[in-house]
Design a protein around this ligand. Structure first.
Ligand code: HDE
Length: 718
């Protein structure tokens, strides 16, 4: 039983579990190779030439070495995930900071300080394996906890709600969202007719559409996004009492987004942007970290929330049920091999442990079927749990033994239960108290294929989300709807979407409709259609500030600052600011017209990290342009340099312009002399007394991430 297992090894719990898991994986790792053999161990005589009849003759069928090598190569791919095909993953641990004995008997949630090894995979949803990272999309956030009671998978997303309420609609949703079936376009994008046709007919998607059109769909980094379990789950304690629970992952670096124009440009410049960011941060030792927070709701409270907790298109506002932080997750090791680990890891919401249970959320119930089934197809058979990345850290015993690629060798003649031939005495598993006990929840008759009327309100929380966004975030949402619907070719679909949006907010609908060449939105036109049955619920909550990302801190650790330089640069202020940035955990890189070194105004040689050829401003969080008359003149004559700075300005990034470099902005009419500079633009001189302050101001501007309300942005043509 769990408790006796726990007793035996209390001391080894802290830290050792993570090291042991690593050791377990190491038993399966290989390389580097110093000698080549066939798959069966015969040493290769030559790895360059096939066996031929005569030196210029035809190849021989006998060549088992060539055939084995080519056959293996032919089979090197497995089907990509039907959704969430593109992802990146890392190893780490979860550390409990607050015991949950009162709520759950799950072993890994009992003792403060206990560390449970985890493997986490982040993903986009709609694109294929080779698609770009920075597309507008939901992000997967799947965590596998290797607990001593079995693997627990929390297979979540970076948005807390979903498009649909019932698993029955999932294949339709995904068919509508994926590239259209006749010509397989567009890749990794929701901006096409079939998606908007479907969602316009499914008003239950309204809330999720607000999230998808918001900046949440454009995370700056996997390390800077939240994760959510989405569904309501249950915790069950040792006495069998249950609580509803919602899971939240909160990034230590704050939650931050890219600008849409920037996201599109990055998709071309570096399609691996998020994957690379995660990999490099871990390699540098900047281990990404999240807090795990819970919203715990008892059954009585659940009935009074004003919406149904089983409805996955609803969230529980943090202002109604606060989030309690109970632990932290740190990712500290990159995978050794993408295929063996990131590609072969198999998540399943049905991988749960005693103390955690499902609810009757009809989307979750469908997922419980889908994930096992999909792994059978993707990983080729029923033994995928034996792959190193999927192996639990606790013993696995049962009689499910045959099937493709079985890797263990069960001994003895007994593969059934009950039996007496195994150990010599009767072995029988009967309905005792041990192991996983499903909560004995009452079920209400009759059996029915209908939707609960408690799921009928599709707009109250969409409106709450809209109302809770800052002015700049609202503009981004409007622009996103306009972009997507401008790509929709069928005017009737555009019209239906804006008519539906009028149920969320009249101004939003009007603004979205403006450039679309259709009639003004009319909420009444939707009234007769399916899903518009019930009046909206009365919500007492007008705003939920936690739904906005604006002003979300997180410091400047790991933020990348480009230092744009040319020959003759003055290093005085730059050196002081650079040191302040480095001390605060940021990363600086010198970008110039050529590689090698640049001579400063005092003749010092400055090494250059990147050129404008390979690095554009979209790869950085902030830009610093040190002064120096000669350097500023040179930069002004270099279109790439000017574009670099202006593009960063347009994307509302923090800019620090010293001395003569201010002229770069003036060139496009951004007049800094009149009044204070636009938000997030720090302007200063090379004066020694001003340097420290300049650095502090720049750091404060970077810590705000973006200055979305910056004036004059529309004047910049970049
Ligand atoms: Fe998934 N989903 N999903 N999903 N999902 C898959 O499983 C499915 C849903 C999520 O990094 C698939 O192994 C159905 C919600 C993540 O490997 C598949 C329904 C949420 C990942 C599948 C949903 C998710 C998947 C494809 C509705 C957020 C990637 C490959 C009933 C809570 C996991 C695979 C990884 C992957 C089915 C809805 C999250 C086909 C049927 C809601 C993060 O089984």
């Amino acid at each position: 039983m769990a408790s006796s297992r726990t007793e035996g090894s209390r001391k080894s719990k802290v830290g050792d579990a993570v090291a042991n898991r690593q050791k377990q994986l190491e038993a399966f790792t290989q390389g580097p190779e110093s000698q080549l053999t066939t798959n069966h161990g015969v040493v290769l005589p030559d790895n360059h030439n096939s066996l031929k009849a005569g030196i210029r003759g035809p190849g021989l069928l006998e060549d088992f070495i060539l055939r084995e090598k080519i056959t293996h190569f032919d089979h090197e791919r497995i089907p990509e995930r039907v959704v969430h095909a593109r992802g990146a993953a890392a190893h780490g641990y979860f550390e409990l900071t607050r015991p949950l004995v009162e709520y759950t008997k799950a072993d890994f949630l009992q003792e403060v300080g206990s560390r449970t090894p985890v493997f986490v995979r982040f993903s986009t949803v709609v694109g294929s394996r080779g698609s770009a990272d920075t597309v507008r999309d939901v992000r997967g956030f799947a965590v596998k906890f290797y607990t001593r009671e079995g693997n627990y998978d929390l297979v979540g997303n970076n948005m807390p709600v979903f498009f649909i309420q019932d698993a029955m609609k999932f294949p339709d949703l995904v068919h509508a969202l994926k590239p259209e079936p006749h010509h397989e376009m567009p890749q990794a994008s929701s901006a096409h007719d079939t998606f908007w046709d479907f969602v316009s007919l499914m008003p239950e998607s309204s809330h999720m559409l607000m999230w998808l059109m918001s900046d949440r769909a454009l995370p700056r980094s996997y390390r800077m996004m939240e994760g959510f379990g989405v569904h309501t789950f249950r915790f069950v304690n040792a006495r069998g009492a249950s609580h509803f629970v919602k899971f939240h992952w909160r990034p230590k670096l704050g939650k931050h987004a890219l600008a849409w124009d920037e996201a599109q440009k990055i998709a071309g410049r570096d399609p691996d942007f998020h994957r690379r960011d995660l990999w490099e941060a871990i390699e540098r030792g900047d281990f990404p970290e999240w807090e795990l927070g819970l919203q715990l709701v008892d059954e009585d409270r659940a009935d009074k929330l004003g919406f149904d907790l089983l409805d996955p298109t609803k969230l529980v506002p943090e202002e109604v049920v606060p989030v309690t932080v109970i632990g932290r997750m740190v990712l500290h090791r990159n995978p050794d091999n993408f295929f063996a680990e990131t590609e072969q890891v198999a998540f399943h919401p049905g991988h749960i442990v005693p103390g955690i249970d499902f609810t009757n959320d009809p989307l979750l119930q469908g997922r419980l079927f889908s994930y096992l089934d999909t792994q059978l197809a993707r990983l080729g058979g029923p033994n995928f749990q034996e792959l190193p990345i999927n192996r639990g850290v606790c013993p696995v015993h049962n009689f499910q033994r045959g099937g493709m690629h079985r890797m263990t060798i069960p001994r003895g003649r007994v593969s059934y239960e009950p039996n007496t031939l195994g150990t010599g005495s009767e072995f029988r598993v009967d309905g005792g108290e041990q192991g996983f006990q499903s909560l004995a929840e009452e079920v209400e008759p009759p059996k029915t294929r209908r939707r609960s009327p408690t799921f009928d309100d599709h707009f109250t929380q969409a409106t709450l989300f809209w109302n809770s966004q800052s002015a700049a975030e609202k503009e981004h949402i409007i622009a996103a709807f306009q972009f997507e619907l401008s790509r929709v070719e069928t005017p009737a679909i555009r019209q239906r979407v804006v008519d539906n949006l009028a149920h969320v907010d009249a101004r939003l609908a009007r603004k979205v409709a403006e450039p679309l060449g259709i009639s003004p939105p009319d909420a009444r036109s939707a009234a007769g259609r399916a899903g518009f049955r019930e009046p909206r619920a009365k919500s007492t909550l007008e705003l939920s500030p936690s739904l906005s990302m604006e002003g979300n801190g997180g410091g400047i650790q790991t933020r990348k600052v480009a230092v744009v330089m040319a020959q003759g640069v003055e290093l005085g202020a730059f050196k002081v600011i650079q040191q302040a940035l480095l001390d605060a955990g940021a990363i600086t890189r010198v970008v110039a017209a050529h590689l090698g070194t640049l001579a400063s105004s005092s003749g010092q040689q400055v090494p250059v990290d990147h050129t404008f050829l390979t690095m554009s401003s979209v790869m950085f969080d902030a830009v610093l342009v040190p002064g120096g008359a000669a350097a500023a003149q040179a930069l002004m004559k270099d279109g790439d340099a000017v574009h670099f700075v202006l593009e960063a300005f347009k994307h509302c990034k923090p800019l620090c312009l010293i001395g003569e470099s201010v002229e770069i902005l003036r060139r496009v009419g951004v007049e800094l002399a009149e009044g204070p500079p636009p938000a997030g633009v720090i302007v200063g001189t090379n004066e020694p007394t001003a340097r420290l302050q300049l650095g502090q101001d720049f750091i404060a501007a970077i810590a705000k991430h973006r200055h979305w309300s910056r004036a004059l942005v529309e004047q910049v043509p970049a």
